[in-house]
Every structure is written in structure tokens, then in C-alpha cells.
Write a protein that binds this ligand. Structure first.
Ligand code: ADP
Ligand code: GLC
Length: 484
């Protein structure tokens, strides 16, 4: 099949969270299966790292969006460990900035240009997509572009669109006055009319209205977002499209995330021989300068430190738990000052037990997944979550709030039957989190055989993308039966 894939993040070029991982791994898997995939990403300044080589694919093209004359060219560079080229939209005035996202007044323009340039490039290369797959609000207006301003071009006559919602919490809502700058002025009648009257334009909402199919990243989240409690104002619209709304669980990229081959780890290990994991823990503790006996548990947390991730619960329960129970904690994450300040203070108050590192550190993230005994993910809501799958794969049982993809991927450990993969709590409150951490600590302090069994249960769950890709291909084929 011919597949156009457009995303604002693709690891390792540009990543703030799981969208970056999925944005690279899903097309990588499609390419490996022999599909013709064209992946587009803005050429942010961070993309041009030393050692990367780029080739010009499309010389400068010019198009007009409202008052702006946009000049963009397309460069390509292969995705590491894959022959698949990534197409970068080069437009320095919009993308040559330190961050991937920002609060600048031209944020809508930055991502409208990504969509425009992707479609213009398809025309230039005469690439006729069977499927155009877009991700989250930054690329969600592309389906409407195909339906309106690009509809004259027969190249796109067979193209069907898929919008994947990775996080309903970010909707890309702008003042309606930016409409001309998206190039969609001519499609005004196809936009949400009440919103236009109220003076707003929602990128994600527009995508939900116009994509041929909508997916989200776990079956439970697909149900949750159709309820008022978790629909962030879009539940009614999502319910109206429920026949074409599917929950497809994310996979993990085992070329990047496997304890047996991980290039970031000081020692590698498998479910059959966990000795390398113990050595990872020893080295990690030394690097973090944490104290205590070797068998004292170490809990890890790697996260964007934002409201979604349930850090408020950590603030309620961790100080008391650290005083009462013997365990250590390592935290890696960037985010809101109230949370970063909390962890910095926690580390200062418990210097032998707690380590906090701010910033984004890929190697350290892998090392924490491997070197810890348990992994903490008390998210308020979680569309899918990749970290808990990584931790399962690395023999680090997760402690999670049973929501969204966390509920779909972590089974409660039952010591009587020896089944289950982690520790989940149902009620999002301090009592729930305390119960789950206490339970994990007691099971770990109990029989060593039981603990190893729990670790192996998780390590053997097939989370790789190769087990997931079939769900996407079935959907693509259903939408575009003439292709392939
Ligand atoms: P989300 O996409 O909501 O942030 P996920 O669990 O799906 O949550 O994915 C998070 C990804 O981002 C993982 O690959 C995780 O390791 C990574 N990550 C988050 N914060 C950091 C950080 N500070 N340093 C390195 N990696 C991080
Ligand atoms: C979002 C979600 C996360 C999901 C990721 C990749 O960032 O918050 O749960 O795993 O996208 O789909």
C-alpha cells in the first residue's frame, strides 16, 4: 500500500513523549513489511544534529496561506536502523526554534504548513496515497484539506484518511481568525459552525469530523473518551462517530526497547537469566549515590511531569511512605514547576533514598527501566502509555492506576495463582496509590521465587509492534479495499 504518515514527533529526531516513539515505530514496521511509506516531520533545529546527512528531495516550493507566502523545501534522511527515508519540511522561519511546540502566535501556521507541504510533496513526487495517516491535533486538519482544497487532484481520489488520537487532552484550539492562515478558508462550510460562531477553530475537532476513520491508542481509552467524564468536551462528537472509532493498542519498538539488545544498558539480560538486571541496579545505585542494602527495593519513575501523570498523588503519599517503609526512588522528568520543585525537595529531604534528575535523557530512561525493581505510573488518565510496557519487558513490574492503556496492559498480580504482571489500583486517590505501593513492597519482600515469576510473566507478554501492526493493516484494507 502507499501510505502517507504525518506526525509532529518521530524519535530519535524529535520526541517529547510516546508520540515520538510511535511516530517512528509504526511506519518503521509498515516499511519493513514492504509498504511504500512516506513519513513527514518538520525540520526543527534539533533535527540537524551532528553526523546526520540530509538530501534535498524537493527544491523550494512557495504557497500562500492568508497573508503569508510560505517557502518550504523537503530534505530526507534515513530512519536509523531502517532504510526508510524520513521527509523533513524545511522552513527555518517556522521550525528553527529550540522547542517542538511553543506558545508563539504562529503555532497553527507551523503545523498547517506541515500538512500543506506533505500534500504538495505527494503531488511533486506523484505519490498517490491509499492511506493518509495523521496523528493528534498538529496534523488533524489534513483530512479536511484532502476533502476540500486538494480535492481537485485525481492523485488523491482514492486516498482514505486515518486520524490517531494519542491524547485528547491537547486539542489545538485557536481563534477562528486564523482560518485563512490554514488555507482552509474555502472549506469554511465544512467546519464546526457553532465553534466558528463562538470564534474558535479546533484542529483536533476538525480531524474527528473529517477523517474516514479515527483510532486511539488502547481499547479502554477508546471507550473512556466517549464518556462525559473523559471526553474533554468532545465525547458527544466522538460518540457520533463511534462506528469508525477504534482502539488499537500501541506496540513497543523492540529494536530500541529490549533488555537483551539495549545499547543504552551497561549489562543486558533475558527472562531466563536475570543476573544482568541485578548488575544494572548496582551500577545505577552507584551512579545515583543512593545508599542502603542491595536488596532494598528501588522504584523508578520516568515521565513528563504534568497533571495527566498523577504526580499530585505522589505529592500526597510519597513523603509519608518514604518515612515508614524501606525503599528508594529514582525520578527522571521535565515538566511543571510545582512537580519538579516537589521532587527536588523530596530528594533534598531524603538524600540517601531519593534521586531526582530533571531534563530529557534517553540513556538514563532505559537504565531506570532496567535497573529498578518496580516502575511507578499513577496516571490520572493514560491513552496508552509506553513506559509500563517497557518496564514489563525489562522485568520491572509496574505500579499503575487502572485507566486507559494501563488497564489494558497490566494484570493484577495474584500471589495464590502466580498470575498477573503488576500492581494496579482502581481509585485515583492517595489511599489507592499507597495500597498498591505497599502491596508491591510486600510481595517483593516475600518469596524470591514468586517475584521472579512475576517478572517473567511480564517479560513474556508479546508487546512488540509486529503483534500489533495487523490491526492497523486490517483497518487500512477495510478503508481502501482497492489497494494492495
Ligand atoms: P507520554 O507520551 O504521555 O509522555 P508514554 O508512556 O506513552 O507517555 O511515553 C513516554 C516516553 O517518553 C517514553 O519513551 C519515556 O521513556 C519518554 N520520556 C519521558 N520523559 C523523559 C525524560 N525526561 N527523559 C527521557 N525519556 C523520557
Ligand atoms: C500520548 C499519551 C500516551 C501514549 C502516547 C503514544 O502522549 O499520553 O499515553 O502512549 O501518546 O500513543
Amino acid at each position: 500500500m502507499n501510505i502517507l504518515f504525518v506526525s509532529s514527533e518521530e524519535a530519535p529526531f524529535a520526541k517529547t513523549g510516546g508520540l515520538g516513539d510511535v511516530g517512528a515505530a509504526l511506519p518503521r514496521q509498515l516499511h519493513a513489511l514492504g509498504h511504500a511509506v512516506r513519513v513527514f516531520l518538520p525540520m526543527y533545529s534539533r533535527v540537524q544534529a551532528p553526523g546526520r546527512v540530509f538530501q534535498e528531495v524537493v527544491p523550494e516550493m512557495t504557497f500562500t496561506l492568508g497573508p503569508h507566502t510560505v517557502r518550504a523545501s523537503i530534505y530526507s534522511s534515513p530512519l536509523p536502523d531502517s532504510g526508510m527515508p524520513i521527509y523533513f519540511v524545511r522552513c527555518p522561519s517556522l521550525y528553527d526554534r529550540p522547542g517542538i511546540y511553543g506558545n508563539a502566535p504562529d503555532e497553527h501556521l507551523r503545523f498547517a504548513v506541515l500538512c500543506w507541504a506533505s500534500l504538495k510533496t505527494c503531488q511533486y513526487l506523484q505519490f498517490a496515497p491509499d492511506i493518509a495517516h495523521v496523528n493528534d491535533w498538529p496534523t488533524a486538519i489534513l483530512p479536511l484539506m484532502l476533502r476540500s482544497v486538494f480535492a481537485w487532484d485525481k492523485l488523491f481520489a482514492r486516498t482514505r484518511t486515518v486520524l490517531t488520537i494519542h491524547n485528547l487532552g491537547h486539542q489545538g484550539t485557536f481563534p477562528a481568525s486564523v482560518l485563512p492562515e490554514t488555507g482552509l478558508e474555502a472549506a469554511r462550510d465544512l467546519l464546526h459552525q457553532d465553534d466558528l460562531h463562538a470564534g474558535v477553530l479546533g484542529f483536533l475537532k476538525t480531524g474527528i469530523m473529517h477523517a474516514n476513520a479515527i483510532t486511539t491508542v488502547s481499547p479502554t481509552y477508546a471507550r473512556e473518551i466517549q464518556t462525559p467524564a473523559s471526553g474533554v468536551g468532545l465525547d458527544a462528537l466522538l460518540r457520533s462517530r463511534s462506528e469508525v472509532l477504534f482502539g488499537i493498542l500501541n506496540g513497543i519498538d523492540e529494536t530500541e526497547w529490549s533488555s537483551e539488545t539495549d545499547k543504552h544498558l551497561p549489562h543486558r539480560y533475558s527472562a531466563d537469566d536475570l543476573s544482568g538486571k541485578a548488575r544494572c541496579k548496582t551500577d545505577l545505585l552507584a551512579a545515583l549515590r543512593l545508599k542502603g542494602q542491595a536488596d532494598m527495593p528501588l522504584i523508578g519513575l520516568v515521565s513528563r511531569l504534568v497533571w495527566q501523570k498523577g504526580i499530585d498523588l505522589c505529592m500526597t503519599v510519597l513523603p509519608g511512605l518514604l518515612r515508614r517503609r524501606a525503599f528508594r526512588l529514582v525520578v527522571l522528568g521535565n515538566g511543571e514547576p510545582r512537580y519538579t520543585t516537589f521532587f527536588a525537595r523530596l530528594a533534598a529531604a531524603f538524600p540517601a533514598q531519593v534521586s531526582y534528575q530533571a531534563g530529557f535523557d534517553e540513556t538514563r530512561a532505559h537504565w531506570i527501566e532496567a535497573g529498578c525493581d518496580m516502575f511507578l505510573m499513577p496516571s490520572r488518565y493514560e491513552p496508552c502509555g509506553l513506559n509500563q510496557m517497557y518496564s514489563l519487558r525489562y522485568g520491572t513490574p509496574p505500579i499503575v492506576h487502572a485507566t486507559g492503556g494501563l488497564a489494558d496492559t497490566v494484570q493484577q498480580y495474584d500471589h495464590r495463582t502466580g498470575t498477573g504482571t503488576g500492581f494496579r489500583f482502581e481509585h485515583f486517590d492517595g489511599g489507592g496509590l499507597t495500597w498498591a505501593i505497599e502491596r508491591a513492597l510486600s510481595v517483593q519482600a516475600g518469596s524470591r521465587e514468586q517475584w521472579i515469576r512475576l517478572q517473567r510473566n511480564g517479560m513474556r507478554v508479546p508487546f512488540g509492534w509486529k503483534h500489533r501492526i495487523g490491526d492497523y493493516l486490517r483497518l487500512y484494507r477495510q478503508l481502501a479495499p482497492g489497494a494492495a
